[in-house]
Design a binder for this molecule. Structure first.
Ligand code: GUN
Length: 281
Protein backbone atom coordinates (compact mmCIF):
# COMPACT_ATOMS: atom_id res chain seq x y z
CA UNK A 1 0.00 0.00 0.00
CA UNK A 2 1.35 3.38 -0.96
CA UNK A 3 1.43 6.63 1.00
CA UNK A 4 -1.08 9.22 -0.17
CA UNK A 5 0.40 12.64 -0.92
CA UNK A 6 -2.18 14.96 0.61
CA UNK A 7 -2.22 18.12 -1.52
CA UNK A 8 -5.20 19.52 0.31
CA UNK A 9 -3.46 19.41 3.69
CA UNK A 10 -0.22 20.88 2.34
CA UNK A 11 -2.19 23.62 0.54
CA UNK A 12 -3.96 24.53 3.80
CA UNK A 13 -0.66 24.65 5.69
CA UNK A 14 0.96 26.83 3.02
CA UNK A 15 -2.03 29.19 2.88
CA UNK A 16 -1.69 29.81 6.63
CA UNK A 17 1.96 30.73 6.14
CA UNK A 18 1.06 32.96 3.20
CA UNK A 19 -1.61 34.76 5.25
CA UNK A 20 1.15 35.63 7.75
CA UNK A 21 3.40 36.97 4.98
CA UNK A 22 0.53 39.03 3.58
CA UNK A 23 0.00 40.55 7.05
CA UNK A 24 3.71 41.32 7.36
CA UNK A 25 3.75 42.94 3.93
CA UNK A 26 0.85 45.19 4.96
CA UNK A 27 2.55 46.11 8.24
CA UNK A 28 5.87 46.91 6.54
CA UNK A 29 4.69 48.58 3.35
CA UNK A 30 1.39 50.03 4.47
CA UNK A 31 -0.48 48.54 1.52
CA UNK A 32 -2.13 45.32 0.44
CA UNK A 33 -0.83 42.54 -1.79
CA UNK A 34 -2.87 42.74 -5.01
CA UNK A 35 -3.67 40.24 -7.76
CA UNK A 36 -5.56 41.15 -10.95
CA UNK A 37 -7.42 38.38 -12.74
CA UNK A 38 -8.70 38.94 -16.28
CA UNK A 39 -11.34 36.64 -17.75
CA UNK A 40 -12.65 37.20 -21.27
CA UNK A 41 -15.78 35.31 -22.34
CA UNK A 42 -18.00 32.72 -20.69
CA UNK A 43 -15.99 29.48 -20.82
CA UNK A 44 -17.59 27.51 -17.93
CA UNK A 45 -14.38 25.85 -16.73
CA UNK A 46 -12.55 29.20 -16.76
CA UNK A 47 -15.36 30.79 -14.76
CA UNK A 48 -14.99 28.12 -12.08
CA UNK A 49 -11.18 28.49 -12.02
CA UNK A 50 -11.39 32.27 -11.73
CA UNK A 51 -13.99 32.08 -8.96
CA UNK A 52 -11.74 29.68 -7.04
CA UNK A 53 -8.72 31.94 -7.52
CA UNK A 54 -10.62 34.97 -6.19
CA UNK A 55 -11.89 32.97 -3.21
CA UNK A 56 -8.37 31.73 -2.43
CA UNK A 57 -7.09 35.33 -2.47
CA UNK A 58 -9.70 36.28 0.12
CA UNK A 59 -8.67 33.34 2.29
CA UNK A 60 -5.10 34.64 2.68
CA UNK A 61 -5.89 38.37 2.64
CA UNK A 62 -4.71 39.17 -0.89
CA UNK A 63 -6.73 41.96 -2.51
CA UNK A 64 -8.12 40.68 -5.80
CA UNK A 65 -9.20 42.73 -8.79
CA UNK A 66 -11.43 40.65 -11.05
CA UNK A 67 -12.19 41.79 -14.61
CA UNK A 68 -14.85 39.76 -16.38
CA UNK A 69 -15.09 40.99 -19.95
CA UNK A 70 -17.62 39.94 -22.60
CA UNK A 71 -16.49 37.41 -25.24
CA UNK A 72 -16.57 40.05 -27.99
CA UNK A 73 -14.05 42.37 -26.25
CA UNK A 74 -11.51 43.62 -28.79
CA UNK A 75 -7.76 43.02 -28.80
CA UNK A 76 -7.21 46.72 -28.21
CA UNK A 77 -9.51 46.77 -25.19
CA UNK A 78 -7.85 43.77 -23.53
CA UNK A 79 -4.40 45.22 -24.21
CA UNK A 80 -5.46 48.59 -22.76
CA UNK A 81 -6.69 46.87 -19.58
CA UNK A 82 -3.46 44.89 -19.22
CA UNK A 83 -1.42 48.08 -19.70
CA UNK A 84 -3.44 49.75 -16.98
CA UNK A 85 -2.79 46.84 -14.61
CA UNK A 86 0.92 46.86 -15.46
CA UNK A 87 1.06 50.52 -14.40
CA UNK A 88 -1.05 50.05 -11.24
CA UNK A 89 1.09 50.12 -8.07
CA UNK A 90 -1.43 48.15 -6.01
CA UNK A 91 -1.38 45.27 -8.52
CA UNK A 92 1.59 42.94 -7.91
CA UNK A 93 0.45 40.07 -10.09
CA UNK A 94 -1.53 39.86 -13.33
CA UNK A 95 -3.23 36.69 -14.51
CA UNK A 96 -5.02 36.48 -17.85
CA UNK A 97 -7.13 33.32 -17.74
CA UNK A 98 -6.56 31.02 -20.73
CA UNK A 99 -7.88 30.04 -23.19
CA UNK A 100 -8.85 33.42 -24.63
CA UNK A 101 -11.60 33.68 -27.28
CA UNK A 102 -10.33 32.77 -30.77
CA UNK A 103 -10.31 36.32 -32.18
CA UNK A 104 -7.77 37.47 -29.58
CA UNK A 105 -4.00 37.17 -30.03
CA UNK A 106 -2.98 35.48 -26.78
CA UNK A 107 0.74 35.91 -27.30
CA UNK A 108 0.47 39.63 -27.94
CA UNK A 109 -1.64 40.09 -24.82
CA UNK A 110 0.60 38.02 -22.52
CA UNK A 111 3.72 39.77 -23.82
CA UNK A 112 2.50 43.02 -22.26
CA UNK A 113 2.78 41.54 -18.74
CA UNK A 114 6.26 42.28 -17.34
CA UNK A 115 8.15 39.26 -15.88
CA UNK A 116 7.90 40.70 -12.35
CA UNK A 117 4.08 40.64 -12.49
CA UNK A 118 3.79 37.38 -14.47
CA UNK A 119 2.54 35.24 -11.56
CA UNK A 120 1.69 32.39 -13.96
CA UNK A 121 5.38 32.10 -14.88
CA UNK A 122 4.42 31.91 -18.56
CA UNK A 123 6.56 34.63 -20.16
CA UNK A 124 9.74 33.88 -22.08
CA UNK A 125 11.98 35.61 -19.55
CA UNK A 126 10.62 33.62 -16.61
CA UNK A 127 10.72 30.36 -18.58
CA UNK A 128 14.27 31.21 -19.73
CA UNK A 129 15.37 31.88 -16.15
CA UNK A 130 13.91 28.53 -15.10
CA UNK A 131 15.80 26.81 -17.93
CA UNK A 132 19.01 28.42 -16.67
CA UNK A 133 18.21 27.57 -13.02
CA UNK A 134 18.07 31.23 -11.99
CA UNK A 135 15.70 33.10 -9.70
CA UNK A 136 12.35 33.42 -11.45
CA UNK A 137 8.59 32.96 -11.15
CA UNK A 138 7.71 29.29 -11.73
CA UNK A 139 4.47 28.04 -13.34
CA UNK A 140 2.03 27.14 -10.57
CA UNK A 141 1.23 23.46 -11.23
CA UNK A 142 4.79 22.12 -11.61
CA UNK A 143 5.92 24.37 -8.74
CA UNK A 144 3.21 22.81 -6.57
CA UNK A 145 4.42 19.32 -7.51
CA UNK A 146 7.95 20.21 -6.35
CA UNK A 147 6.56 21.47 -3.02
CA UNK A 148 4.71 18.17 -2.57
CA UNK A 149 7.85 16.12 -3.23
CA UNK A 150 9.79 18.29 -0.78
CA UNK A 151 7.10 17.96 1.91
CA UNK A 152 7.22 14.17 1.71
CA UNK A 153 11.03 14.04 1.75
CA UNK A 154 11.28 12.81 -1.83
CA UNK A 155 14.57 14.10 -3.25
CA UNK A 156 14.75 13.83 -7.06
CA UNK A 157 18.58 13.93 -6.98
CA UNK A 158 20.00 11.09 -9.06
CA UNK A 159 16.57 9.56 -9.64
CA UNK A 160 15.08 8.68 -12.97
CA UNK A 161 12.13 11.06 -13.49
CA UNK A 162 9.69 10.66 -16.36
CA UNK A 163 7.29 13.45 -17.31
CA UNK A 164 4.37 12.35 -19.42
CA UNK A 165 3.16 15.42 -21.36
CA UNK A 166 5.06 18.33 -22.92
CA UNK A 167 2.79 21.36 -22.51
CA UNK A 168 4.27 24.81 -21.91
CA UNK A 169 2.20 25.13 -18.73
CA UNK A 170 3.01 21.79 -17.06
CA UNK A 171 5.22 19.24 -18.85
CA UNK A 172 8.12 21.44 -19.95
CA UNK A 173 8.53 23.49 -16.74
CA UNK A 174 8.07 20.26 -14.73
CA UNK A 175 10.95 18.65 -16.62
CA UNK A 176 13.17 21.70 -16.03
CA UNK A 177 12.39 21.78 -12.29
CA UNK A 178 13.23 18.09 -11.93
CA UNK A 179 16.43 18.60 -13.92
CA UNK A 180 17.35 21.58 -11.72
CA UNK A 181 16.80 19.24 -8.75
CA UNK A 182 19.41 16.83 -10.25
CA UNK A 183 17.04 14.15 -11.55
CA UNK A 184 17.72 12.36 -14.82
CA UNK A 185 14.71 13.49 -16.81
CA UNK A 186 12.84 11.99 -19.75
CA UNK A 187 9.89 13.78 -21.35
CA UNK A 188 7.32 11.58 -23.09
CA UNK A 189 4.45 12.56 -25.35
CA UNK A 190 1.96 11.18 -27.86
CA UNK A 191 4.70 10.29 -30.39
CA UNK A 192 6.97 8.49 -27.89
CA UNK A 193 7.83 4.93 -28.83
CA UNK A 194 7.91 2.25 -26.13
CA UNK A 195 5.96 4.56 -23.84
CA UNK A 196 5.08 1.78 -21.39
CA UNK A 197 8.70 0.72 -20.99
CA UNK A 198 9.93 4.28 -20.54
CA UNK A 199 7.30 5.00 -17.85
CA UNK A 200 7.95 1.67 -16.14
CA UNK A 201 11.61 2.66 -15.65
CA UNK A 202 10.72 5.83 -13.72
CA UNK A 203 11.49 6.34 -10.03
CA UNK A 204 9.32 9.47 -10.21
CA UNK A 205 6.49 9.55 -12.76
CA UNK A 206 4.64 12.83 -13.34
CA UNK A 207 1.58 12.46 -15.55
CA UNK A 208 0.04 15.45 -17.34
CA UNK A 209 -1.37 14.01 -20.53
CA UNK A 210 -5.06 14.89 -20.11
CA UNK A 211 -6.47 11.39 -20.68
CA UNK A 212 -8.58 9.66 -18.04
CA UNK A 213 -6.86 6.69 -16.31
CA UNK A 214 -4.22 6.54 -19.07
CA UNK A 215 -1.46 5.21 -16.81
CA UNK A 216 -2.08 1.58 -15.90
CA UNK A 217 -0.27 -0.63 -13.37
CA UNK A 218 2.04 -2.15 -16.01
CA UNK A 219 3.45 1.32 -16.73
CA UNK A 220 4.57 1.83 -13.14
CA UNK A 221 7.69 0.47 -11.45
CA UNK A 222 7.23 -1.16 -8.05
CA UNK A 223 7.92 1.54 -5.44
CA UNK A 224 7.74 4.49 -7.86
CA UNK A 225 6.46 7.93 -6.85
CA UNK A 226 3.40 8.74 -9.00
CA UNK A 227 2.17 12.32 -9.40
CA UNK A 228 -1.12 12.76 -11.24
CA UNK A 229 -1.74 16.22 -12.72
CA UNK A 230 -4.87 15.09 -14.61
CA UNK A 231 -8.39 16.43 -14.06
CA UNK A 232 -10.60 14.19 -16.18
CA UNK A 233 -13.99 12.49 -16.15
CA UNK A 234 -14.28 8.70 -16.20
CA UNK A 235 -16.87 6.68 -18.16
CA UNK A 236 -19.48 7.49 -15.47
CA UNK A 237 -18.74 11.21 -15.49
CA UNK A 238 -16.89 11.01 -12.18
CA UNK A 239 -13.83 13.19 -11.59
CA UNK A 240 -10.60 11.22 -12.01
CA UNK A 241 -6.97 11.69 -12.98
CA UNK A 242 -4.66 10.56 -15.77
CA UNK A 243 -3.63 7.59 -13.59
CA UNK A 244 -5.73 4.50 -12.94
CA UNK A 245 -5.53 5.13 -9.20
CA UNK A 246 -7.16 1.88 -8.01
CA UNK A 247 -4.75 -0.23 -10.06
CA UNK A 248 -1.58 1.79 -9.42
CA UNK A 249 -1.92 2.63 -5.72
CA UNK A 250 -0.61 -0.72 -4.48
CA UNK A 251 2.45 -0.55 -6.71
CA UNK A 252 3.56 3.02 -6.00
CA UNK A 253 5.43 4.07 -2.86
CA UNK A 254 3.76 7.50 -2.93
CA UNK A 255 0.80 8.63 -5.04
CA UNK A 256 -1.36 11.75 -5.38
CA UNK A 257 -5.14 11.28 -5.38
CA UNK A 258 -7.56 13.13 -7.71
CA UNK A 259 -9.22 15.16 -6.29
CA UNK A 260 -7.15 16.33 -3.33
CA UNK A 261 -3.66 15.98 -4.82
CA UNK A 262 -2.08 18.40 -7.26
CA UNK A 263 -5.26 20.49 -7.76
CA UNK A 264 -5.31 22.34 -4.42
CA UNK A 265 -1.60 23.08 -4.78
CA UNK A 266 -1.93 24.88 -8.12
CA UNK A 267 -3.97 27.79 -6.76
CA UNK A 268 -1.85 27.87 -3.61
CA UNK A 269 1.23 28.40 -5.74
CA UNK A 270 -0.52 31.26 -7.55
CA UNK A 271 -1.00 32.91 -4.14
CA UNK A 272 2.63 32.09 -3.32
CA UNK A 273 3.86 33.68 -6.57
CA UNK A 274 1.73 36.76 -5.94
CA UNK A 275 3.13 37.25 -2.42
CA UNK A 276 6.65 36.74 -3.79
CA UNK A 277 6.03 39.29 -6.56
CA UNK A 278 4.79 41.79 -3.95
CA UNK A 279 7.76 41.19 -1.64
CA UNK A 280 10.21 41.61 -4.54
CA UNK A 281 8.48 44.82 -5.72
N1 GUN B 1 -6.05 28.05 -17.84
C1 GUN B 1 -5.86 26.79 -17.35
N2 GUN B 1 -4.85 26.79 -16.45
C2 GUN B 1 -4.39 28.05 -16.37
C3 GUN B 1 -3.36 28.67 -15.61
O1 GUN B 1 -2.64 28.04 -14.82
N3 GUN B 1 -3.20 30.00 -15.81
C4 GUN B 1 -3.95 30.71 -16.67
N4 GUN B 1 -3.70 32.01 -16.81
N5 GUN B 1 -4.91 30.16 -17.40
C5 GUN B 1 -5.13 28.85 -17.24
Amino acid sequence: MSILIDGKALAAEMRQQLAERVKQFKAQRGKEVGLAVVLVGEDPASQVYVRNKIRACEEVGIRSFAYRLPAETSQQEVEALVDELVAAENVHGILVQLPLPKHLDERKILRRIPPAKDVDGFCAENVGNLAMNRETIVACTPFGVMKMLEKYGIDPKGKSAVVLGRSNIVGKPMAMLLLNADATVTVCHSKTQNLKEVCAAADILVVAIGRAKFVTADMVKEGAVVIDVGMDRDENGKLCGDVDFAAVKDKASYITPVPGGVGPMTITMLLYNTVLAAERS
